[in-house]
Design a protein around this ligand. Sequence first.
Ligand SMILES: CC(C)(COP(=O)(O)OP(=O)(O)OC[C@H]1O[C@@H](n2cnc3c(N)ncnc32)[C@H](O)[C@@H]1OP(=O)(O)O)[C@@H](O)C(=O)NCCC(=O)NCCS
Length: 107
Amino acid sequence: MEPFLQVYSNLKRRKDNPAVKIGRFGVNRKYQKTGIGTELLTYIKMFFLDNNKTGCRFITLDAYNTPETISFYEKNSFIFLTETDKNEKTRLMYFNLKRFADSANKT
Ligand SMILES: CC(C)(COP(=O)(O)OP(=O)(O)OC[C@H]1O[C@@H](n2cnc3c(N)ncnc32)[C@H](O)[C@@H]1OP(=O)(O)O)[C@@H](O)C(=O)NCCC(=O)NCCS
């Protein structure tokens, strides 16, 4: 698990973390498992990186704690923030936009 708060605090020594939260993300049942959710997440990631218009460093969300939803977000490179919510209905996950930008710049 990447220590989200620690990574950012060490970089900037700030108490706050510039993040955007995705809420109520969903794909119509008829079209699930056809790649639409992944495409939408990629679009959102690119939107926040384009010209760094928002200054956001992380995307966060509260994922339904079901194998299908967790697997979906893990396949899209979201990471658990903590293990303390592993038995809760939702789990806090985040995506590191800077890491994504750095790897995109290398290719
Ligand atoms: C989670 C959700 C947004 C994913 O969107 P999607 O377009 O279906 O996902 P993709 O086709 O891009 O990705 C598919 C992957 O997601 C996971 N997945 C998504 N739905 C699944 C299902 N019904 N059963 C099993 N795996 C599922 C699997 O890991 C799958 O990978 P695989 O095809 O290699 O098995 C969508 O299934 C959904 O709306 N689910 C109900 C609402 C929900 O859980 N929203 C998230 C709120 S936090």
